[in-house]
Design a protein around this ligand. Sequence first.
Ligand code: GSH
Length: 331
Amino acid sequence: MSSAKEESFKSVIDPVTGEFKRPAAQFRNFISSKPNAEFPPEKGRYHLYVSYACPWAHRTLIMRNLKGLEEVIDFTSVHWYMDLGSVSWLFATPDENLPGENVVPDPINGAQNIKELYFLANPNYAGRFSVPVLWDKKHKTIVSNESSEIIRMLNTEFDGLVKEEFRDVNFVPAELREKINEMNAWIYDDLNNGVYKSGAAKKQEAYEKAVIAVFESLDRIEAILQSSSGPYLLGSQLTEVDIRLYPTIVRFDPVYVTLFKTNTKTIRDGYPNTHRWLQHLYWDIPAFKETTSFEHIKKHYFTSLTPLNPEGIVPYGPVPNIREKEQLDWA
Ligand SMILES: N[C@@H](CCC(=O)N[C@@H](CS)C(=O)NCC(=O)O)C(=O)O
C-alpha cells in the first residue's frame, strides 16, 4: 500500500474518534426548466460520468432509465478500478474490452481520468475526484457532482423532452415529499453512508457505533416493508426512497458483509421482506438489473480499497450474487 493511498484514506477519518466523514460535494448547480436558467434542459447537452461500481452514481443511472432519458442524456462509465490517492477513476483505454454498456474512453473530453474533468471545470479545484459527474458540454463544466441533487433534476427538469409516457412519472410526488425527505435522511446516515462508516472506521468504538446503526436501520426497513401495503417502501408506488436504497442493498451481501465488516446478518438470510423487495426491483424492473454490474461492483471494491484488502483478492462468493426470485404474491 503506497503512502498516498493511506493518506487519501486517512483524510476522511476523524483523527480523534477514528470515524469516517464523507466530504460534501462542491459543484452544486441545478438544471432548471425555469426561464433564463443558467443550465436549461436540452437534449444532448449534458453527459453523465459514472462508475457502475459506485452506489451514488448508480442512483443516477437508475433514474435516467426510469425517466426515459436515454436519448436525452448520454453517459460513460469509468473502469472498475479506482486509483485511490492518485488520479482516482480511470477511463477505459481503446484496447480494453470491459463489461457493461458505455465503459469506453471518454467520448466528450478525451480525458484519461475523472481528475482531469474536475480541473477542466475549475483549474483551482481542491477536493475529491468523485463520480457521478453531470457535465455540461456547452460550457465545458461540471453542473453537479452530488447524486442526490442530480436525481432530483432528472426526475422533473427534462419532462418537456421525454416521451409522453414518462412525463407524469414522478418519484418525489408532492404528497409524499416530506416523508421521502425524512426517510432519505436516516437511510443516508445509517445505511448508504453507514456501511462506509463501518468499513472505514479506524477504531473499535467507531466501527461498533456504525455497524450497530447499519443493522438498526435494516431492522427498521424490514419492518416498514413487512407492513407496507405494496411492494415498495411507501406502498404501491415506487419512489426515490427505493431508488436511493437499492444500490446499497444490492451491494450488501456481495461486498459490504465482508469488506466493510457489516456481518451481523446477510440480506438474503436475515431480512426476508427486504430480500423480496430487492429481488422484485432487480428481476422485474429493467432499470435496476440493467444498471447493476456485479463484476464492476466486486472488482472495484476489493481491488481499489486496498487499505482494507491489501492483496486485492476478490472473493468468490456469494453464489449467486443475487438469488432468483421466488414466487411473489402482492395481490
Ligand atoms: N456526495 C457524492 C459522493 C460520491 C462519492 O463519494 N463517490 C465515490 C465513489 S462511490 C468516489 O468517486 N470517490 C472517489 C474519491 O473520493 O476520490 C454523491 O453522492 O454524489
